[in-house]
Design a binder for this molecule. Structure first.
Ligand SMILES: Cc1cc2nc3c(=O)[nH]c(=O)nc-3n(C[C@H](O)[C@H](O)[C@H](O)COP(=O)(O)OP(=O)(O)OC[C@H]3O[C@@H](n4cnc5c(N)ncnc54)[C@H](O)[C@@H]3O)c2cc1C
Length: 540
């Protein structure tokens, strides 16, 4: 950090999707841009979402037409510009006699979706046709349902691709570097940022006229809301992750939870299936990673039991849990699920704060911020809203062709131009997929070498998602992961021990099963273990 330049055109605080999008557009404008993230890139909400790039049907129901319009337009753009990273996802919505919206309400919403996307992407299925698509679904009272198109993404990789592609184009991004304070001159005009390396606690003062506060739920720490009655209301949403064989769905399903009528999703993702989400006030300190509670596990399981009564899904089938905190602006009056997901921009003498919004609309957020920051930026710099956000997709190199077209597309989506280096520098055996995931072994040493990892958790929870997609945070793969990283990471055996220990603790805290449900898993295991012992004794 000591060698860092002291003068910048713009400093972006926050390495989630909002900060990464602003950083990307700033670099494309030719600005000398610095991005600061106090933890790892995408460590906050942006690696803990439902991973959908979607219009949000429920926003239409709430009358938030413009939010849906922007989101559908962005989805359409990203499907082309982020090919392989943002991918189409078929959705099914069942319609029941006694719960949820009926056929004509959904038809109206989906038609608006299609009008915005300028193509017809939905159709109605009667009950028999619907059951053919989802054979395990509850058939009692099922009238039929809709099939429509939305999209999904690896949320952390979206953030990382924005950041690393910007760095290739001249931007500077630092993880584990906190913005400790925003500096101002005697007239109150922003003139810099004091930054702190969170490992060494070394601090440094940097100069700039434009500071962007893109710190999501933390935004009011750097700039309190200028509107007396409007404040951040952190709302937690949690998910359960299951192996595909436990919840065999080929398409995403959006349904209504029987307890409270909220929409919940079951989404195939990266070889596993995610079920979520909840929506609750998050009372814990933002200094700790958010985690699911026992009540949320029960709520999500109840939703799954109602939809798939024959599957008998239980907490012990779950591979991991994911909880994230929505940065929602609120007047504190309504039910969490009715709070608006729109973003706000506050401008204060060179400090532009942005919070709220969605992963899907990150480009729109970036352009709104850069417009607001224009008076503090060098003259004659304008954001380019037309050209693609990422480098254009390149076809798989003809020689050598060691992976399939579909793996190439995914690899390019995640890494852009670096995808070619990954396949060229790799042993054929490392071009195999890690079981239960869509990740190649070769991605692990690539990320360890080139993607600014400081800790094992950076590698396994965000560069690749093995920690969320395989049992116990990928414990069974640890030897091979270590073997692949040893030549490129400067970690001795003590450091490895510490990293594995810290990672396991973090994983148990933020991604394991909580209390009673964890015990029930333990209890079932010990029941079978003891029964086995008793049987062996009996046989002997
Ligand atoms: C459960 C859930 C599901 C969701 N699903 C979807 C979905 O499917 N699709 C969708 O479009 N949206 C979804 N969203 C919304 C979306 O995930 C969020 O709106 C988005 O990730 C917020 O991004 P952000 O960059 O503003 O915040 P964050 O990702 O939280 O980033 C803020 C960053 O700022 C850093 N920071 C804070 N203070 C400082 C400081 N002083 N110095 C340096 N860094 C600092 C933090 O460490 C953090 O990494 C979901 C949200 C939740 C909670």
């Amino acid at each position: 950090m000591m060698n860092l330049d002291s003068n910048w055109d713009i400093i972006v605080i926050g390495g989630g999707i909002t900060g990464a999008g602003i950083f990307r557009e700033s670099v494309r404008m030719g600005l000398k841009a610095l991005l600061l993230e106090q933890q790892d890139f995408a460590w906050g909400t942006s690696s803990r979402s439902s991973k959908l790039v979607h219009g949000g049907l429920r926003y239409l129901k709430e009358g938030r037409f413009f939010l849906t319009r922007d989101a559908v337009r962005e989805r359409e753009r990203l499907l082309t510009e982020a090919r392989g990273l943002v991918t189409p996802m078929e959705f099914l919505v069942p319609i029941y006699k006694d719960r949820g919206p009926g056929r004509w309400v959904l038809e109206a919403g989906l038609s608006i979706y299609d009008l915005i996307a300028k193509q017809r992407q939905h159709h109605y299925l009667d009950a028999d046709a619907f059951v053919k698509q989802v054979p395990n679904i509850d058939q009692k009272g099922l009238v039929g349902g809709f099939q429509f198109l939305d999209a999904q993404v690896d949320d952390a990789r979206l953030v990382l691709r924005l950041i690393f592609e910007s760095m290739v184009n001249g931007g500077t991004a630092l993880n584990y570097t906190r913005a400790a304070a925003v500096g101002r001159d005697k007239d109150g005009q922003v003139n810099g940022v004091t930054v702190e390396d969170v490992h060494s606690h070394q601090t440094l003062s940097l100069s700039t006229k434009a500071v962007i506060n893109a710190t999501g739920c933390w935004a009011e720490r750097l700039h309190p809301s200028p509107q007396k009655n409007l404040h951040l209301r952190p709302l937690r949403g949690s998910h359960l992750v299951f192996p595909a064989h436990v919840l065999p769905v080929d398409q995403a399903i959006s349904t209504i939870h029987p307890a409270d009528g909220r929409a919940v999703f079951i989404v195939p993702w990266e070889g596993a299936v995610i079920a979520g989400t909840t929506d609750l006030d998050h009372q814990d300190s933002l200094s700790f990673e958010p985690r699911i509670t026992e009540g949320e596990v029960t709520y999500l399981l109840d939703g799954l039991h109602a939809l798939f009564p024959a599957l008998d899904v239980s907490a012990r089938d779950c591979i991991a849990t994911i909880a994230g905190v929505r940065p929602v602006l609120s007047e504190g009056k309504c039910d969490p699920s009715e709070e608006s997901r729109e973003h706000v921009v506050w401008v204060n003498n060179g400090l532009v704060t942005i919070t709220g919004g969605k992963l899907t609309t990150f480009r729109k957020l970036a352009f709104d911020v850069l417009k607001a920051a224009k008076p503090f930026l060098p003259a004659d710099t304008t954001a380019d809203e037309e050209s693609p956000v990422f480098l254009p997709f390149e076809n798989r190199p003809v020689s050598p062709p060691p992976i399939s077209d579909s793996h190439w597309e995914t690899l390019y989506g995640r890494y852009g131009n670096a995808a070619e280096t990954i396949i060229k520098k790799t042993l054929p055996s490392d071009l195999a997929v890690i079981s239960g995931t869509r990740t190649l072994w070769a991605e692990i040493p690539h990320a360890a070498t080139h993607e600014k990892i400081h800790h094992l958790s950076d590698l396994l929870l965000r560069r690749v998602r093995v920690g969320l997609l395989t049992a116990k945070g990928g414990r069974e793969h640890m030897d091979r992961i270590r073997h692949l990283c040893a030549p490129v990471l400067d970690w001795d055996s003590n450091r490895w021990k510490k990293e594995i220990r810290d990672y396991s603790e973090k994983w148990r805290f933020a991604h394991g099963m909580p209390g009673r449900h964890a015990e029930s898993r333990g209890a079932v295991k010990s029941f079978f273990f003891n029964m086995g012992k008793r049987l062996r004794k009996h046989v002997a």
